[in-house]
Ligand binder design. Structure first.
Ligand SMILES: Nc1ncnc2c1ncn2[C@@H]1O[C@H](COP(=O)(O)OP(=O)(O)OP(=O)(O)O)[C@@H](O)[C@H]1O
Ligand SMILES: [Mg+2]
Length: 139
């Protein structure tokens, strides 16, 4: 397990870059954290590491965005999929078991379909420690 203390969006992106350096095709990253924790900021750090030129935006309504770069990146936001029926999620398997990097915001909403070996990233704010302070736990 790794814990990063972040004091800025840039710190969060750089922690993401360190994780990205260890990723391989097919890896799945589950991002967990409240609204505004910095999940999308973390995805931006990963996309940057892989030289993606696409804009990274939370795909809350479209569920998935694809970014080009050194490796395909699939960016999910399953905020609106809370407690989905399993047969509604079949189509996600294509991504989860594909050869890109799949990153999922609100991943706990689809906990039951995440593959074994999914990397879990928890981002948490501590308002008492400052507006921009976050702790990022990766395991
Ligand atoms: N240390 C930090 N790391 C990341 N974001 C930070 C940090 N400090 C402040 N912020 C701010 O917090 C917000 C994080 O937004 P972001 O969209 O990444 O969150 P999110 O977890 O994806 O939210 P949502 O659940 O709505 O998708 C941004 O406005 C960013 O500027
Ligand atoms: Mg987001």
């Amino acid at each position: 397990m790794k814990i990063y203390k972040s004091n800025s969006v840039e710190d969060t992106a750089s922690a993401a870059g360190e994780l990205a350096a260890e990723l391989k095709p097919g890896d799945v990253i589950a991002l967990v954290g409240d609204l505004g924790a910095g999940k999308t900021a973390f995805v931006k750090g990963i996309a940057k590491y892989f030289h993606s030129k696409n804009d990274v935006l939370s795909p809350t309504y479209t569920l998935v965005n694809e970014y080009g770069g050194d490796i395909p990146i699939y960016h999910f936001d399953v905020y609106r999929l809370a407690n989905p029926a399993l047969d509604e999620c079949d189509w996600i398997d294509e991504y989860l078991f594909g050869n890109g990097i799949t990153i999922i915001e609100w991943a706990d909403n689809i906990k039951n379909i995440l593959p074994e070996g999914t990397i879990r990233v928890e981002i948490k704010a501590y308002p008492e420690k400052g507006e921009d302070y976050r702790e990022i736990k990766i395991c």
